[in-house]
Design a protein around this ligand. Structure first.
Ligand code: SF4
Length: 415
């Protein structure tokens, strides 16, 4: 999801669009390889399976893997920790060998011969009138991803990271969704967005305290790399984000959501955006596979065993589609019994969508119905929309786009 984050299983595999389209095909994660040793999971290979680099990508590895790799070259575990701190801690966030300060010469030499420190290159940084920054990063294959850094007056700065190039989910209100899925990001490409945010903006904004996986892509569609990247982000010796301040958002991929709740301590957000299957089937086609009752029943069951854990429901308000008083009352019933908070998000119009935003006074009425029923609910007004850095505005669909779906008859006046 583009800043409104959602997750998804590949819709091509669900039959939502033809998998024969090469631009929408699922690309394999790229790995690099180091010579004369068994291939670690962080090694690069081309689409054909051939090695494309003899060097490991350091940010593909959690600490235990990095430690093993360092030891395989005859260096000590303590040196691995020093390297880890150079990459993620001590305000160093090293991106090149010269920045690996404090490491012994031989150790640095081994790293320079066998490892890559950097997974992304900054292409451009845009500044919105409210101070929000959108960073465009080039990947090795020249595709571009977007990351948003959102300063907040209360001393909290959030970085919104992407997990895929494009997205397969085809949510009808989302600009990124128009792109289709172009590829999954690697662990290193995800982690490095947070490292760059700290490197570029810590002196200006103060500490970057929060991470949301609400940039381009459905994070749980790329669950292996997302869980690993989140684990690196919360490592106490490194970036040390609080697990409750790292939020992974999903459009509602039920099996992956269960796995995430089991394997990660980080926070979960679910993009709900509708109170009936009819509307959700239209605006979020993933609902045709995992409908509202399955999604919410799964959350009800899974959260029983989680101590003091609340899921965040995101609800993008679309004028005349999901913003009636009846919707608000249905929403109260739907989330009953689920420990949760609800964010009501104003829709950010863009070329790829025909929806209109709900007026602010109507959002307040909707909020009041939820609050009076005892829900914990917040209004989220748009940030960064003059630079296409707001919810649902990330990415560049280009000429090949996923189709807009048929609008149910009763909503044709609303769009
Ligand atoms: S289409 Fe957009 S909103 Fe839906 S899951 Fe993908 S990135 Fe998120």
């Amino acid at each position: 999801m583009a800043l409104i984050r959602w997750t998804a299983t590949c819709l091509s595999s669900l039959g939502f669009f033809p998998s024969s389209n090469p631009r929408l095909a699922l690309h394999r994660r790229s790995f690099s390889r180091f010579p004369r040793r068994p291939l670690p999971p962080s090694t690069s290979r081309s689409e054909s399976g051939d090695p494309v680099s003899s060097k490991v990508v350091l940010k593909e590895m959690e600490f235990p893997e990095l430690e093993k790799w360092v030891q395989s070259y005859g260096f000590r575990s303590g040196q691995a920790m020093m390297l880890w701190k150079c990459l993620y801690g001590n305000n160093s966030w090293a991106h090149c060998y010269d920045e690996l300060t404090g490491l012994k010469k031989e150790f640095r030499k081994m790293i320079s011969e066998n490892a890559i420190l950097k997974a992304l290159s900054v292409k451009e940084i845009l500044t919105a009138s409210d101070g929000t920054r959108k960073i465009l990063f080039s990947l090795k294959d020249a595709q571009v991803i977007e990351t948003v850094v959102i300063p907040c007056s209360r001393g909290r700065t959030t970085v919104c990271v992407s997990s895929q190039v494009g997205c397969a989910m085809n949510c009808q209100f989302c600009y990124t969704g128009r792109m289709g899925l172009r590829k999954h990001l690697s662990t290193a490409e995800i982690v490095e967005q947070a490292v760059f945010a700290r490197r570029l903006f810590s002196s200006e904004f103060g500490s970057i305290t929060n991470v949301v996986f609400m940039g381009m892509g459905e994070p749980l569609h790329n669950i292996d790399n997302v869980i690993k990247a989140a684990a690196i982000m919360v490592d106490e010796q490194g970036l040390h984000f609080s697990p409750r301040k790292v939020t992974v958002s999903t459009s509602g991929l039920v099996p992956q959501l269960k796995r995430f709740l089991c394997e990660s301590d980080c926070a979960l957000a679910v993009s709900l955006n509708a109170t009936t299957d009819e509307v959700r089937n239209w605006i979020m086609p993933i609902n045709r596979k995992y409908n509202l009752s399955l999604l919410l029943e799964t959350l009800r069951e899974e959260l029983c065993s989680k101590h003091k854990y609340k899921v965040l429901f995101e609800y993008v308000m679309l004028a005349g589609v999901n913003d009636s008083a009846e919707d608000a009352k249905r929403l109260v019933e739907l989330v009953r019994g689920i420990p949760c908070k609800i964010n009501l998000i104003s829709f950010n119009p863009h070329n790829g969508s025909h929806f209109k935003p709900t007026p602010e006074e109507k959002m307040i009425e909707f909020r009041n119905i939820l609050a009076e029923a005892g829900c914990v609910v917040f209004l989220r007004l748009s940030r960064g929309d003059d630079r296409m850095a707001a919810c649902g505005q990330l990415g560049e669909p280009g000429d090949v786009q996923l189709p807009l779906l048929h609008v149910p008859e009763q909503f044709q006046m609303a769009v």
